[in-house]
Design a protein around this ligand. Sequence first.
Ligand code: FAD
Ligand code: NAG
Length: 630
Amino acid sequence: MALGLNLLVASLPALIPITAFWFYAVTQPPVSTRYWDSQYDYIVVGAGSAGCVVASRLSEDPKIKVLLLEAGGSESLVSDIPQTPVMMQGTPLDWQYETVPQENACYGLEGRRSKWPRGKVLGGSSAINYMMYVRGNRHDFDEWAAGGAYGWSYREVLPYFIRAEDNQDPEIAYNGFHGRGGPLTVQRSKMVSPLAHTFVEAGKLFGYPNIDVNGRNQFGFTIPQATIRRGGRCSSAKAYLLGDARYRANLHVVTFAFVIRVLFNELKEAVGVVFDRLGERHQVFATREVILSAGSIGSPQLLMLSGVGPRSELNRHGIPVISDLPVGRNLQDHIYPLGLNFIADDSLRPKGVTWTYIQSRVHTLPNILKYVSFAKGPIASIGALEGLGFIRTSFANRTFQDWPDFQIHFLSGCISSDDGYVFRRNIGITEFQWQKTFFPFVQKECFTLLPVMLKPKSIGYIKLRSANPYHHPIINPRYFTHPEDLEKMADAMEISFRIGNSLPFRQKYNSQPSGLVVPGCELYPLYSRNYMKCLAQIFTVTIYHPVGTCKMGSPSDPTTVVDHELRVKGVRRLRVVDGSVMPRITSGNTNAPIIMIGEKASDLIRGFYVTPRMGFSNIINLYTNNIGIG
Ligand SMILES: Cc1cc2nc3c(=O)[nH]c(=O)nc-3n(C[C@H](O)[C@H](O)[C@H](O)COP(=O)(O)OP(=O)(O)OC[C@H]3O[C@@H](n4cnc5c(N)ncnc54)[C@H](O)[C@@H]3O)c2cc1C
Ligand SMILES: *[C@@H]1O[C@H](CO)[C@@H](O)[C@H](O)[C@H]1NC(C)=O
């Protein structure tokens, strides 16, 4: 007790900078309101990565009234701490979705289901994510444009990535591909383990240079940049709502507002929405447009509940059809396998130096004080995901040599690093597999390579479970149902294994592959190609990037739901603006491209046009788009 008190007193001076910051955070007026009007120019549904951008940009014009409705509440101080993103899962900040049992994947997970966390909070999934800032490959966007998403080529979207960004790392910020002064703060974490630097070094040995993977070329290894500000999370809510927008009288943000339906008039124009809040049902009207930014699960579900979706399915649930569209199809996600673990020799670790993030060593009072006072130390690490590398397998696109097909996430830790408290539960690893595969490495200096498949050929779907908006939809990503996916995953695992087992790691840390045979894969020689495939099917884990369920493209294309200006086909005054509009998943983490989608959409809605050469200009502001006749 006395010791604790002494420590507290001794650390008081150090607490001042951050308490000032927290004091500021707590004493600011909340961005949300408890009252609202009956009518707005625009209603935005969902305050996630994209929704915050759209609401903020549209309300820059004080004459335009905007309502932003969010099912969750405000962010907490805990969700601000970079080290803890995984702890938000399974809490009220998470929608806690699950997939249906997978035929060809997830054998080592409970019920063969993959857990799908999604943020239910201001900031949406950007408030619970791992904060990696990755834009994707230029060919991703050129492919969108070539497929009918006119105006979304790399040249045309780059200005929006730049406009969103406030890049704080001088070695990257001025290389011609980045922005300063935008709302979204981007920088490297102040805490990086020496292992991550070794990962980058090992990459060089394999021919991958250390580069800015969001710059001219994506091929290389790097210490990632992340959406962090002053050592804390910079969600899209913090970036776009908690700045100037907080004081705008023409922007109302209402939390705990669960939207259950879009209202249409007889002309099939979206005129408003119905939402539930604290046990009461409300209607609110939009004179210009309703914009759905409820995410890749929420937006298709809301569309279908409102009569926009595949006719046969709507009929099954007794929902009158307003527009028959392939809503919920084209579901794509990024997965990686667990099991490429290496154990470092703890006896070589200098005292007090963090190699891997063993939770019981990280969550100590000195580390907490260090984080709270200086935003430094192990707790400032972005969830131990400390290295990124983009590689090619033999399945990568041959036409474009600069288009990697796998992304290695380097984790300075293992599933066992938290003694089984959090990761295991949130991934849903079975008790049996936990005991056999992970428990033996508890408290060991253990690191992992996670090869993420960027361009899966297995495509899934989302369907309504019922017409009740409170029932989670049926989610089936159909992992590994296309045979090519398992082959290329095995390729990428072999490459990742060689990198993790390479000389730089062995020399510095005397590290070894964990060498434990995973139950279910005993038939195959350890680390053989078949063993890799077996691992991938047992521990198939999502990296939380579902997209594509309201596909954008040419209106005449029967697979699309929205046109290239994100207007829902067959109805008026309704757009979708979030990850669900991606025609094809991007080559990297999805937050940055979805924020870009929000930026570009807000210009499309306002009738601003950007030309890649001239930069931004308000050339024309006809209201054609706004009243749905454009
Ligand atoms: C655990 C995790 C880790 C991740 N790590 C990274 C990473 O490191 N880097 C990266 O780039 N990406 C990462 N991602 C992915 C990225 O965060 C998401 O792709 C992105 O945030 C999705 O943006 P969105 O706007 O499409 O949807 P969301 O951000 O999910 O926003 C949807 C919003 O709509 C609200 N909503 C839904 N339905 C309704 C309704 N009916 N009524 C009212 N409101 C509703 C939701 O509550 C939510 O706030 C991660 C995601 C997760 C879950
Ligand atoms: C490579 O990508 C281009 C553009 O999307 C595509 O047209 C081509 O078919 C792809 N080639 C291979 C071998 O996948």
